[in-house]
Design a protein around this ligand. Structure first.
Ligand SMILES: NC(=O)c1ccc[n+]([C@@H]2O[C@H](COP(=O)([O-])OP(=O)(O)OC[C@H]3O[C@@H](n4cnc5c(N)ncnc54)[C@H](OP(=O)(O)O)[C@@H]3O)[C@@H](O)[C@H]2O)c1
Length: 257
């Protein structure tokens, strides 16, 4: 039996990964800040699928939290075969509206934690000659959209670069770039979603199925839906200045996160 560690497992995309991986028979290490919710999730997944689900409470905006998860990933006697770096959040508002402390917390969770956890996991995986890492970015990585888009662009560049460096080692890394997904994300950030058209919303379970299939095929970048593949194709051919204008004018409140 293999083991997968999922950060931000208790809600949204992370919870969809947990459901799917448990159904496929993987043992799980579930990571988030809310211990009670983690415990309930672990019990439910164990009872439904007969897998072992371990709970690891950690705040990835803190050094202690990152170190606790990194230590679990480096434990060679209790190996983790698949890491899903998924924990993340949005800040409402444009540049200079968002308090500096919140911007820095975002960089800590989206970039520093992803770097340190990926390194802890892949070090052990490379020694075993197998393993996988999915780093959840966003289609916002391809748009000029403040610290959120910049942090997700870092996730994409870092992951694809590391994937190249580890090619042939048996360790696969993939950046996952979802469009809008109905989760707790927008409500937690205090962002309205009323004027996001229905066709732009993705289903978390389908997103996860497509992502895992892309990982199995050895992709280092996954934009797992035809609608967003077309949109990202258009983004590539749109002049950068025009893209910046559209992106800035499209209220942050409603933009792709
Ligand atoms: N929803 C979208 O439209 C969308 C689109 C593209 C990309 N994404 C990305 O997808 C990922 C998951 O987002 P989601 O939409 O599923 O969000 P969500 O429903 O709000 O879930 C976020 C999860 O992360 C955990 N978390 C948040 N901050 C944490 C921290 N400091 N330390 C540890 N765990 C933390 C939360 O649990 P606790 O609060 O208990 O810690 C929760 O389990 C994020 O990286 C996000 O940027 C989302």
């Amino acid at each position: 039996m293999t083991t997968a560690l999922i950060t931000g497992s208790t809600a949204g995309i992370g919870a969809a990964f947990a459901r799917r991986l448990a159904a496929d028979g993987h043992n799980l290490v579930l990571v988030a800040r809310d211990t009670k919710r983690l415990g309930e999730q672990a019990t439910e997944l164990h009872d439904r699928h007969g897998i072992e689900a371990e709970v690891l409470t950690a705040d990835l905006a803190t050094d202690d939290g990152i170190e606790a998860v990194a230590a679990r990933l480096s434990d060679r006697r209790n190996a983790v075969d698949l890491l899903i770096n998924n924990a993340g959040f949005g800040n409402k508002g444009r540049y200079l509206d968002v308090p500096m402390a919140d911007e820095l917390t975002m960089l800590k969770v989206h970039c520093e934690a992803v770097l340190r956890l990926t390194s802890a996991a892949t070090g052990a995986m490379r020694d075993r000659g197998r393993g996988g890492v999915v780093n959840v970015a966003s289609v916002a990585a391809f748009l000029p959209r403040g610290t959120y888009g910049a942090s997700k662009a870092w996730v994409v560049q870092f992951t694809q670069g590391a994937a190249k460096d580890l090619a042939g080692s048996g360790v696969r890394l993939m950046a996952l770039c979802p469009g809008f997904v109905r989760t707790e994300f927008h409500e937690r950030a205090g962002m309205g979603t009323d004027n996001i058209p229905d066709w732009m919303w993705l289903d978390a379970d389908k997103l996860v199925a497509a992502a895992l299939s892309d990982l199995a095929r050895g992709k280092s970048l996954s934009v797992p839906d035809p609608r967003y593949k077309v949109l990202m194709g258009l983004v590539k051919v749109t002049p950068r200045g025009l893209l910046g204008g559209i992106s800035t004018r499209t209220g942050r409140k409603y933009g792709p996160q």
